[in-house]
Design a protein around this ligand. Structure first.
Ligand code: BG6
Ligand code: MG
Length: 224
């Protein structure tokens, strides 16, 4: 695969562009306390990239509680979590952009790459607005229009289509294992942000967003 063939970059949001993974996690922690599920690092990691209702199910399943709540009660728990999350989102500023991301987006724009957002979050437009990065993204996948969430390829495949690019011409960037699986299944080259032992299915892994630069990506392709 040639670096020169890449024409578009598709981003996850939470944990890649903004430090909002922590906000989701803090809000879910409250729900876990309410239902009596022990909050662990491993449970928190499992929820990354998972939809709102999917995350609630995982929290309930962790204590075999899924049948203790009816649909309406589950809707209420998810609604409360979202209210709590949105309250936290209102305090976001440019300082919540992860290190190096704004200059990376700027260099992509200067070099005429197509940019798309592939987040499972229904709140992504609000988050982008709060951190002042909306103008970089010509295409934002609407997760309510998808039939399957990550790790299904649908969300990344849709983003490539919105950019009018073949998947082979795109890069996908994710911090969650299921997100990397979604990118790979869409036949898009995957870049993981985080621990290389956890994100071992990614094409390249950078330990943090500061390392995410065009020249670092290019040098990976040149080495091959
Ligand atoms: C993902 C987050 O981006 O979006 C998950 O990693 C979150 O933690 C999911 O549950 C859905 O977000 P929202 O904002 O629609 O509840
Ligand atoms: Mg993420």
């Amino acid at each position: 695969m040639e670096f020169e063939n890449i024409k578009g970059v598709i981003f996850d949001l939470d944990g890649v562009i903004s430090n909002t993974s922590r906000l989701h996690s803090d809000a879910w922690h409250q729900v876990a306390d309410k239902v009596g599920t022990e909050w662990t690092e491993s449970l928190s990691n499992k929820l990354k990239g998972v939809s709102r209702m999917g995350s609630l199910e995982l929290i309930l399943q962790a204590s075999s509680l899924e049948s203790h709540y009816n649909d309406q009660q589950k809707q209420e728990l998810a609604h409360d979590k979202n209210k709590d999350y949105l309250r936290r989102v209102e305090n976001l500023t440019k300082n919540d952009i992860l290190p190096g991301i704004e200059s990376f987006l700027e260099s992509l724009k200067q070099n005429h790459y197509g940019l798309a957002l592939a987040s499972s979050s229904k709140n992504s437009a609000r988050v982008l607005e709060k951190i002042g990065l909306s103008h970089y993204f010509s295409e934002i996948v609407d997760p309510t229009k998808l039939s399957k969430g990550k790790p299904d390829p649908e969300i990344f495949a849709t983003a490539a289509k919105l950019l009018r690019l073949a998947p082979e011409k795109c890069l996908g960037i994710e911090d969650a294992v299921m997100g990397i699986q979604s990118i790979n299944a869409a036949n898009i080259f995957s870049i993981g942000i985080g621990d290389k032992n956890i994100l071992n299915e990614a094409g390249i892994v950078f330990e943090n967003t500061e390392l995410l630069t065009l020249s670092n990506i290019r040098s990976h392709f040149d080495k091959k």
